[in-house]
Write a protein that binds this ligand. Structure first.
Ligand SMILES: Cc1ncc(COP(=O)(O)O)c(C=O)c1O
Length: 396
């Protein structure tokens, strides 16, 4: 028995919770089980909640900046968990990783310049490139034998032919579930270095890695790969505190950092969220055991889904994840029409998932499912899925 209870159900409705309170606004109905947005239904440990409450109870919420203890907490986490220390000067705090991606696009590319991504990938990558008037280039991941791989030749060819200036890397990869290994990362990094491409390495899911895998941070590839690196990190996924708006963007190179900070400054953003700062310090000093137990629990959820599908819904294929709590299901043996798939999921199974089409047209027959919730919810979701498609013929 662990110290923390991840089975406990909390009613999040009525808290303006994006996941649970917006069914009517976003889906036109409120009877769907929400497993879409990357937001977990677990409560943080009491010792962390107490730190946040203590700060809030002071009742004064003026301008706040980080002190040395904040930087020590952040560096300590990355040193203990990911094998690198972070120099205080390298950190720029922003309110989110997506905001930092936008800053990087604006700081290191000009309108019309090319930015490369690897779909299927977290959809704000592509959106951020497009809405900022840059040229979106896709190095599609190859889906083969139920697993995603990188097409390195296509990656380098497109970097050259499109004159790519910036690469948005997602590691661990959402939603493909890959935790890129050192060899793959070095190959990508060598290509980027050869062609002078900036790299934004989004490692927001780096704490969610299943037991037979290990996360390799871009920061650990070697100093020679740090000259054009922007590392996106945040406690917001690991500790489910996106609502507290704090992300640590780590940039070792001084010139790159200054350009990034200039872009941040001209948006008018300055001091950080006072509660977010306190929470980040607390989770990064007191949260280790909770995360260790959480990963074990998620592994249990994953096994449940794996066994359920194998036994009762073999036509739905689980893309075996190496990391992240977002699982990627292949429904191509159920239907070949993504609109019909959506109907099966929403009207049939009464589930609110992220449809594969939003991650690129190649994955329109996939669905992304968030399993970071008590097991009883995962079980309910699987039962509802079974009721909707369990007895249906394949490829109707
Ligand atoms: C890869 C990736 N990056 C960034 C984010 C969002 O981070 P933030 O809320 O800090 O913008 C998510 C959220 O799911 C994500 O999956």
């Amino acid at each position: 028995m662990g110290k923390y209870d991840f089975d406990k159900l909390y009613d999040r409705r009525g808290t303006s919770c994006l996941k649970w309170d917006f069914g009517m606004e976003r889906m036109g109905r409120d009877d769907l089980l929400p497993m879409w947005v990357a937001d977990m239904d677990f409560k943080l440990p009491d010792e962390i909640v107490e730190d946040i409450v203590k700060r809030a109870a002071q009742g004064i919420y003026g301008y706040t900046d980080p002190k040395q203890d904040y930087y020590d907490a952040v560096s300590g986490w990355f040193e203990r968990r990911h094998g690198f220390a972070v120099d205080k000067d390298w950190i720029t705090i922003t309110h989110s990783v997506v905001y930092a991606i936008v800053l990087a696009i604006r700081a290191f590319t000009d309108p019309g310049d090319a930015v490369i991504i690897q779909q299927p990938v977290y959809y704000p990558f592509g959106e951020s490139v497009r809405v900022n008037g840059r040229n979106l280039v896709n190095n599609q991941l190859i889906y083969k034998d139920g697993r995603y791989e990188i097409d390195f030749d296509d990656f380098e060819n497109k970097i050259v032919s499109e004159n790519v200036k910036l690469f948005l890397l997602c590691n661990p990869q959402n939603p493909a579930g890959r935790v890129w290994g050192r060899d793959d990362l070095i190959r990508l990094a060598d290509i980027c270095k050869r062609h002078g491409v900036y790299v934004f390495a989004d490692e927001i899911h780096s704490d969610f890695v299943y037991s037979s895998f290990a996360h390799t941070s871009y920061m650990t590839l070697g100093k020679e790969y740090q000259d054009k690196l922007i590392l996106g990190t945040s406690p917001s996924k690991t500790f489910n505190m996106a609502g507290l708006q704090v992300a640590n963007i780590i940039i070792p190179n001084k010139e790159v950092r200054e350009k990034f900070r200039y872009e941040n400054m001209i948006t008018g953003y300055s001091q950080v969220n006072s509660i977010g700062l306190e929470a980040c310090k607390s989770v990064y000093t007191k949260g280790d055991q909770w995360v260790d137990e959480l990963i074990e629990y998620l592994e249990g959820n994953l096994s449940y889904v794996r066994d359920f599908l194998k036994e009762k819904l073999p036509q739905v294929k689980l893309v075996e994840p190496e990391g992240t709590y977002l699982i990627w299901l292949d429904f191509s043996q159920v239907t070949d029409d993504h609109k019909e798939l959506e109907k099966l999921i929403v009207d049939g199974a009464r589930l609110w998932l992220d449809a594969g089409i939003i991650f690129g047209k190649e994955t329109s027959l996939f669905e992304r499912v968030n399993i970071a919730c008590p097991r009883s919810i995962v079980k309910q979701a699987m039962e509802q899925l079974y009721e909707a498609i369990g007895n249906a013929d394949s490829k109707r």
